[in-house]
Design a protein around this ligand. Structure first.
Ligand SMILES: C=CC1=C(C)c2cc3[nH]c(cc4nc(cc5[nH]c(cc1n2)c(C)c5CCC(=O)O)C(CCC(=O)O)=C4C)c(C)c3C=C
Ligand SMILES: [Fe+2]
Ligand SMILES: [Fe+2]
Length: 345
């Protein structure tokens, strides 16, 4: 008998609503994760309970209110729309579920649903193109824990980080072209990625030699054995490949890292600083791509399209055009189908 197969899409998760208690609940779960704030447990407790949770939920709730749609959080809406479209594409024989690492619908809920449906084999797609311990690593740790808690444990086939997959790169490039129109109307392009604390990059170095990541200036310029888990190197790879597909020469695009939190050094260059500096270099019309997110969320819609646009204009910029994320674009649905089918064989 062929085992019944299901597909699990995993994304980060988002608050249930824009009230301060909901946002606090979300941030508490998210930032208590030792892969996200990777310091000793006592230090994490103090940081969270004395410095972050008393203040940030109010500020973040206001930001969420700016982007919230009548149906809910954009991250949730687009992730669910992708799940529904994939279900349509794969047909009723293969159940498709969405599980969020934090808050709802939880990974446990999705896994329980598979168990109740008699699914024995699950193809898992973490919706993060690049590997980070705080995103891919964290959701897989939680998934393995849940899968291991059942008496009859299911088989899991996990799609690896797809930052270098030609279908993903083609999809990013074609959606950017569609959204930006004539590329000659822009002075330059910014490819912005979610940032990470520098120490987390160093911890990803393979072999533990400590002599590659962030040692030399060009450690992320290409992917070699030692940095194959390096989030920053994977981001630069994506930027190069997209630029090549769009025929954007090296001098016409910049890479930046956004969304930093706290006082420790995060990977550079910082997107907000670039947005301030670029107009001073004569770059007035800017196209922005954000290829570390597969669904629009607070970090694209509020941080870049709203606040980033303001920063850029205040610094003398004229036009910032942000390319929407892959969301439930038909080309992305086809790419997701391909990633899943490649893993299912
Ligand atoms: C690309 C994937 C992501 C990585 C890697 C990542 C690491 C990371 N994030 C924080 C802190 C915050 N991130 C927040 C929002 C947020 N982060 C991602 C993705 C990655 N984060 C997404 C998709 C979102 C948006 C969620 C949404 O609801 O729309 C937030 C919450 C918002 C805020 O208060 O600013 C925080 C906090 C850290 C510390 C980290 C790695 C160490
Ligand atoms: Fe984040
Ligand atoms: Fe690196």
């Amino acid at each position: 008998m062929t085992p019944k197969t299901g597909v699990l899409l995993i994304n980060l998760g988002t608050p249930d609503d824009t009230t301060v208690p909901s946002v606090r609940r979300y941030l508490r779960q998210f930032l208590s994760d030792p892969r996200v704030i990777d310091i000793n447990p006592v230090g994490r407790w103090f940081l969270l309970n004395l410095f972050i949770l008393p203040f940030r939920p109010k500020q973040s709730a206001e930001a969420y209110r700016e982007i919230w749609k009548p149906e809910g959080s954009p991250l949730m809406i687009y992730s669910q729309a992708l799940t529904d479209a994939l279900q349509e594409e794969l047909g009723p024989e293969i159940p498709v579920r969405l599980g969020m690492r934090y808050q709802n619908p939880s990974l446990r809920l999705a896994m329980d649903a598979f168990r109740d449906l008699g699914v024995e084999r699950i193809v898992v797609l973490p919706l993060y193109p690049q590997y980070a311990s705080s995103s891919t690593g964290s959701c897989l740790e939680e998934l393995y824990r849940i899968a291991g808690s059942y008496w009859n444990t299911p088989s899991l086939a996990v799609v690896p980080p797809f930052y270098g997959h030609p279908s993903f790169l083609d999809c990013q490039a074609s959606i950017a072209r569609e959204s930006l129109g004539d590329l000659d109307q822009y002075d330059a392009f910014l490819m912005s990625f979610h940032g990470l604390p520098e120490r987390q990059i160093v911890k990803s170095e393979v072999g533990g030699g400590g002599n590659h990541c962030l040692v030399g200036k060009d450690c992320c310029a290409r992917i070699v054995d030692a940095n194959r888990y390096c989030y920053r190197a994977q981001c630069y790879h994506v930027a190069r490949e997209i630029a090549q597909r769009l025929e954007i020469p090296e001098e016409r695009y910049f890479v930046g890292f956004q969304s930093r939190l706290g006082r420790t050094p995060w990977i550079q260059p910082y997107t907000d600083q670039l947005l301030e500096e670029l107009p001073k270099k004569g770059i007035k019309r800017l196209g922005v791509l954000i290829p570390s997110f597969t669904a629009d969320c607070l970090e694209t819609l509020e941080e870049i399209e709203m606040r980033g646009d303001e920063t850029f204009r205040e610094a003398g910029g004229e036009r910032l055009k942000m390319v929407q994320s892959l969301n439930d674009h038909p080309a992305w649905i086809q790419t997701v189908c391909q990633l899943i089918r490649e893993q299912a064989v």
